[in-house]
Design a protein around this ligand. Structure first.
Ligand SMILES: Cc1cc2nc3c(=O)[nH]c(=O)nc-3n(C[C@H](O)[C@H](O)[C@H](O)COP(=O)(O)OP(=O)(O)OC[C@H]3O[C@@H](n4cnc5c(N)ncnc54)[C@H](O)[C@@H]3O)c2cc1C
Ligand SMILES: NC(=O)c1ccc[n+]([C@@H]2O[C@H](COP(=O)([O-])OP(=O)(O)OC[C@H]3O[C@@H](n4cnc5c(N)ncnc54)[C@H](OP(=O)(O)O)[C@@H]3O)[C@@H](O)[C@H]2O)c1
Length: 632
């Protein structure tokens, strides 16, 4: 039988679904709203005498008719870029806009341009699961490569159409009656100059906001007396003046340069600047661990190279091998990632791994400081490894040992027009002063986020942020974070977390769309329970030890706000399946309180319009063949 004849015969067994010509009446004679195909609440009703008015009216839509939904993402770093890929891929009928205040994409990797910036986990782990790059030039790739990688992804997946650059969110208010966020943004007017930018405000609304504004995107000047009186060049690591730092420092050969700090930024900047400046002073008030080069043995084993290399370069031969042998590349990547996910034990107080790492790192640091051994007394901490961000800092200790570098382990009293004075009264004459002094990490973004009952997120985050699994907070419906409070990791890759957090948000939006929800809001008790979990988890970890860190909002002690309470793999598992029972919901159709409103008029789109595939569940990609199935 020809397929069409076969289908016609089959369709004879299916109920006819022609629209009815007349509008049916309810018991009291009022019209009952018909579904689009004429299927309505009373179609199988008892005789008129017994008819009761239906409790609610069926929705005029099929179960799979995706309602339009508007998503706004804030920020075009790794988080916003992932959102721009996944929302349109997974949510039909979505209108997505990504607002980014910078003039380019990349977030951290767009705005940070300081000397020596590179990633501090292996490049092959600092990339998307789905976008393998075979061309990383080194084990810790320089920032411009990471930025270029992100720009390529934006091009490849044609994401520019969603991203509005130079659009800064300045105000967000949740409207309880519509369930929408009302957003105000500012953008430079076309004719304004960079010296004197002028802005105009625009407004937008969103059914759902994904905030990917970055926990480490707000840099701050240190609170040091007289800082602004300095007459030389004053720079912050996160606000470098030139795109190409080598070009920017090319005339610094005779300059006296001061770098304040011993965090990750300073650790990269000092070795990069040392050979290019006349004299370098590193002003350090705290201490820090430096790890032995991560995975050096694993890498040497995989690539058959020198295990002692601090920042291993990938030459043309290596890259060719990665390109030509995808299986080798996959295995290489897999092994590195597994290694990265094997160090969680060092984050636990007094674990064997922690004790061993302290011993090994102390020894290695002393060895690297052989030429100036006194520095070890001032830099090797008495707090545990990884209490603050642990980095290998390739070349840092070696740079401190160079002739033209002075390590100054002193508190700063004040900055003067010509230099800097330490608390012992010594004055250091400087031409350039660089503050590698970090970021505001309280997650209180400078734009007001006004939730239910006029309460701001800034108030809710006082004295510290409280969230549900780092993702959202009660009182702020339809607002989810990517890399919000308590979502960093002290070991492992942030990128898998970004991917999984976006997946979670996509799930939420899918639920809102399918179930025609006006709002989804986490219950207060679920946030409180997560709070209790944090309070119970962190005391057993090295993060609660006494050390100043952005993990604790720049304090030595107190609440850990920067990190997930567990390992990276633990977070991946936690995000796997949303616990929908932890949320409250409001339906879009206010008077249709019935939880099954979303079932609509009782059929699917394909049936209603007689289009598409009406046996899609038989296609190979849909059938879930159990193991052992013999394919036919
Ligand atoms: C110098 C530095 C080096 C780092 N190195 C590593 C590393 O090696 N490995 C690692 O795992 N992690 C590293 N991190 C952490 C890094 O931030 C994350 O890995 C990741 O890049 C975060 O991506 P994101 O998109 O969430 O945030 P971001 O990259 O911070 O992007 C946020 C974006 O939001 C935009 N934005 C903020 N406010 C607004 C607003 N009001 N309106 C519109 N747009 C707004 C910002 O301009 C920015 O572009 C580093 C961080 C810094 C600061
Ligand atoms: N890829 C990478 O390697 C990389 C590079 C940069 C940043 N990052 C990420 O960004 C985070 C922040 O790094 P960061 O180095 O920019 O900031 P940070 O870790 O917060 O370090 C800031 C440094 O400035 C010092 N400081 C601040 N105020 C000071 C003052 N008034 N006087 C003297 N010293 C002062 C701090 O002193 P104390 O030592 O006393 O605290 C600290 O050493 C990192 O932890 C990491 O997560 C990663």
């Amino acid at each position: 039988m020809a397929p069409s004849a076969f289908l016609r015969t089959l369709s004879g067994f299916l109920p006819a679904r022609k629209p009815t010509a007349t509008t049916p009446k309810g018991a009291n004679g009022t019209d009952i709203k018909s579904g689009g195909n004429g299927v309505h609440a009373s179609s199988h009703a008892p005789p008129p005498s017994a008819v009761k008015a239906p409790a609610f009216t069926l929705g005029d839509f099929t179960i799979d008719e995706d309602r339009p939904i508007k998503v706004v993402a804030i920020g075009a770093g790794y988080s916003g870029i992932t959102a721009a890929i996944r929302f349109p891929q997974r949510i039909k009928n979505v209108e997505l806009t990504v607002y980014e205040k910078n003039a380019g994409v990349g977030g951290t990797w767009y705005s940070n341009k300081y000397p020596g910036l590179s990633c501090d986990i292996p490049s092959h782990c600092y990339q998307f699961t789905f976008e393998a790059n075979t061309e990383w030039s080194s084990f810790y790739a320089p920032a411009p490569e990471i930025r270029a990688y992100l720009e390529r992804i934006v091009d490849k997946y044609k994401l520019s159409k969603y991203i509005k650059l130079q659009h800064e969110l300045i105000h967000a208010r949740y409207d309880e009656s519509s369930g929408k966020w009302h957003l105000k943004l500012r953008r430079p007017v076309a004719e304004s100059t960079s010296d004197q930018p002028q802005y105009e405000e625009i407004e937008d609304t969103a059914d759902f906001v994904l905030c990917g504004a970055g926990g480490l995107s707000r840099w701050s000047w240190p609170d040091i007396e007289g800082l602004k009186s300095f007459k030389g060049k004053l720079l912050h690591s996160a606000d470098w003046e030139t795109d190409d730092w080598k070009e920017g420092v090319k005339d610094w050969g005779d300059k006296r340069v001061g770098v304040i700090g011993v965090g990750s930024s300073a650790l990269q900047m000092v070795p990069a600047l040392q050979p290019r400046v006349g004299k370098l002073f590193n002003f350090v008030r705290g201490k820090t661990w430096l790890a032995t080069p991560f995975f050096s043995e694993k890498l040497a084993d995989l690539m058959k190279r020198d295990p002692k290399a601090a920042n291993y370069s990938f030459g043309d031969d290596d890259k060719k091998k990665f390109r030509d042998d995808p299986e080798f590349y996959k295995a290489f990547r897999h092994e590195l990632e597994a290694e990265l996910n094997s160090v969680h034990a060092y984050t636990l107080q007094n674990s064997d791994r922690q004790v061993e790492d302290q011993r090994v790192f102390k020894e290695a640091m002393a060895k690297r400081l052989e030429k100036k051994p006194w520095i070890a007394d001032h830099i090797v901490p008495d707090f545990p490894v990884a209490c603050r961000r642990l980095t290998p800092g390739p070349g840092y200790l070696e740079a401190l040992c160079e002739e033209n570098v002075d390590f100054v382990p002193k508190e700063i009293r004040r900055v003067t027009p010509t230099g800097l004075e330490t608390t012992d009264g010594q004055h250091y004459e400087l031409d350039v002063l660089i503050c590698a002094t970090g970021y505001d990490t309280d997650y209180k973004f400078p734009f007001p986020v006004i939730g239910r009952s006029g309460k701001t997120l800034q108030e809710r985050y006082t004295p510290h942020p409280s969230t549900y699994l780092s993702l959202c907070t009660d009182g702020f419906p339809n607002w989810f974070n990517c890399l919000g409070p308590n979502s960093g990791v002290g070991s492992g890759s942030l990128l898998i977390l970004i991917e999984r957090e976006i997946e979670y948000a996509v799930n939420v939006v899918g639920k809102m769309q399918r179930e025609r929800l006006k709002s989804i809001e986490v219950k207060r008790e679920a946030v409180d329970d997560f709070d209790e979990y944090l309070e119970a988890y962190f005391p057993g970890t090295v993060y609660s030890a006494k050390c100043r860190s952005w993990y604790k909002m720049g304090k030595e002690e107190g609440r850990v706000v920067g990190l997930w309470p567990g390992s990276c793999l633990h977070a991946v598992r936690a995000f796997e399946r949303p616990r929908w029972e932890d949320f409250d919901y409001e339906h879009l159709n206010g008077d249709a309180k019935n939880r099954f409103y979303w079932l609509g008029e009782g059929c699917t789109y394909e049936e209603k319009h007689m289009v598409g595939d009406r046996a899609w569940y038989l296609s190979d990609k849909e059938v879930d063949f159990p193991p052992g199935t013999l394919f036919y």
